[in-house]
Design a protein around this ligand. Structure first.
Ligand code: NI
Length: 170
């Protein structure tokens, strides 16, 4: 296994809709193992394949806290088939370091996809897992959490980002 480089805003691969997975061979299995290791090393509660530069519909999620048993989910070609309620909560993203913001999402979701062997996987979730699923599926569709906030907050984010880039170059 290997720890992969995490792509960062504004890299193009993060803005592009990822391709569905059709082959479940060794290449995919290695990508999944590397993504799991990269997520735990970061550490993060979820990682989408385009966050390691691979434009495929693969995501790994583990929302368990340090003192709990692992609740690792590997999800391929996922789609949200049902969403209800509304919940606002602070969110961050490994591809946008040192930035968190309140994001409004559905409170409960039902997701359908495939597991790492290609078998059907359906997940009903609420709370942190529902949020992580929506965040990661957004990644796979080319959206970041800054696409889910209001225009004024997004402008603030962009201005801050440009300013920090300028400072970094000094
Ligand atoms: Ni993210």
């Amino acid at each position: 296994m290997a720890i992969l480089r995490i792509t960062k805003y504004p890299e193009e691969v993060l803005k592009k809709k990822t391709e569905p997975v059709k082959e479940f061979g060794p290449g995919l299995q290695k990508l999944i193992d590397d993504m799991i290791e990269t997520m735990y090393a970061a550490p993060g509660v979820g990682l989408a394949a385009n966050q390691v530069g691979v434009s495929k519909q693969v995501t790994v999620i583990d929302v368990s806290s340090r003192d709990e048993a692992s609740s690792l989910i590997v999800l391929i070609n996922p789609e949200i088939i049902h969403a209800e309620g509304e919940d606002s909560c602070e969110e961050g993203c490994l591809s946008i370091p040192e930035y968190t913001t309140i994001v409004k999402r559905a409170e409960k979701v039902k997701v359908r996809g495939l597991d790492r062997s290609g078998a059907l996987l359906e997940i009903e979730a609420e709370g942190l897992l529902a949020r992580a699923l929506q965040h990661e599926i957004d990644h796979l569709n080319g959206f970041l959490l800054i696409d889910r906030i209001g225009r004024i907050k997004r402008e603030f984010f962009r201005k801050r980002f440009v300013r920090e880039q300028a400072v970094g170059k000094e």
